[in-house]
Design a protein around this ligand. Structure first.
Ligand SMILES: *Cc1c(COP(=O)(O)O)cnc(C)c1O
Length: 349
């Protein structure tokens, strides 16, 4: 075993750099000047490619990050007196500093528990029917995260069941797709199957975690809801004047197919790590590994030893729960080093 204690990154899929396909297009877009504010050829081409990939004439917007994509699209789905139903572990609830509430001028998030990080039709219905009076913020939106915050995925059937309850109560459906590509890969599904064909009104599709320098696409399948959205994004400071440098790398992912092969690779690496961790005596998995995140229960002493050896990872789900996230450039060599360090840490724990 090496005595290497330099930082090694499995904390998130945003610790990785830019994938070659995105970088190639970034450089191409830099070869000549072009119009600003999304009037350039790259932005038009990327929006068209999204429409082809999703086989749907959706409205496409680009923003810098996921918090903005979620906050602004949720704000577009309701009024300030409406509420948004989400899982209690949802990123919009726990990790966006109140951004969704702020940009919607006060829409309240109503949270529900659910196994494996997933909302259920029953959980949604319970929140909708809990009250019907004027004093309760009127439920208007359901937000689901695909893949979820705990590395699981909603199946097509689960999505359709959520859409059924949403239809029953006239709710709009928002999808936080920070790891949407990983979900498509996990389910071997076409993007259309997991979005508009399942009644999703708006998708926030992350490029950052898939291999871009930065940038998220917001796809409105329900185009009525996109009315004036460009103004909302501009007011929020999310209209990039050199938008081509977000759009062109996206085009690199879409035209090369890297959006999907990056996700296939990240998911395969997570499966490899998950099997390795599960085989360590004393370790156990907290959730099924379906996408690119692995959650393991590790003794605090093992966590401390791994940290001392330079490993970066998060422990936000309860004591002893360690999250490792794989990305487009994770290697089995890196994962073997982690597994060796973990095995050694267990032995002298
Ligand atoms: C990373 C992430 C986001 C976006 O986060 P930003 O840091 O704002 O780009 C949104 N939702 C989920 C589930 C995420 O993991």
């Amino acid at each position: 075993m090496t005595a290497d204690c330099s930082p090694r990154f499995l904390a998130s899929d945003n610790t990785s750099g830019i994938c070659p396909e995105a970088l190639d297009y970034l450089i191409q877009a830099n070869a000549s000047d072009d119009l600003a504010y999304g009037n350039d050829v790259w932005t038009h081409r990327a929006a068209d490619r999204f429409r082809e990939l999703f086989d749907y004439d959706c409205d496409v917007f680009f923003v810098f990050n996921g918090t903005a994509a979620n906050s602004l699209s949720l704000a577009a789905l309701g009024q300030s007196y409406h509420s948004v139903i989400c899982h209690e572990l949802a990123h919009i609830e726990t990790d966006e500093c109140g951004g969704p509430e702020f940009f919607s001028n006060g829409s309240k998030l109503l949270t529900s528990p659910g196994d494996d990080g997933k909302l259920t039709p029953e959980g949604i219905e319970r929140l909708v029917t809990r009250r019907s009076d004027i004093h309760y913020p009127k439920p208007r939106v359901v937000s689901i995260t695909q893949a979820t915050e705990v590395g699981t995925v909603y199946s097509r059937e689960e999505l359709l069941a959520i859409r059924t309850v949403a239809d029953k109560y006239d709710l709009r459906l928002h999808m936080d797709g920070a790891r949407f590509a990983n979900a498509c890969s996990a389910l071997d599904a076409e993007p259309a199957e997991l979005t508009w064909q399942a009644g999703v009104d708006v998708l926030c599709f992350s490029g950052t975690k898939n291999g871009l320098p930065m940038g998220e696409a917001i796809l409105f399948f329900n185009k009525d809801l996109a009315e004036d959205f460009a103004y909302r994004a501009k007011q929020a400071g999310q209209l990039a004047s050199k938008m081509r440098f977000i759009a062109a790398p996206w085009l690199g992912l879409l035209e090369s197919g890297a959006w999907r092969t990056n996700a296939d690779h990240a998911n395969a690496m997570a499966r490899y790590l998950s099997e390795g961790l599960a085989s360590l005596p004393g370790a156990s998995l907290m959730f099924p590994t379906q996408a690119n995140s692995v959650f393991a229960n590790l003794p605090e002493a093992v966590i401390a030893k791994l940290r001392a050896r330079g490993w970066t990872f998060y422990t936000f789900i309860g004591a002893g729960g360690a999250r490792f996230v794989c990305s487009w450039n994770t290697t089995t060599e890196l994962l073997d080093q982690l597994l060796a360090d973990a095995r050694a840490a267990f032995e002298d724990a």
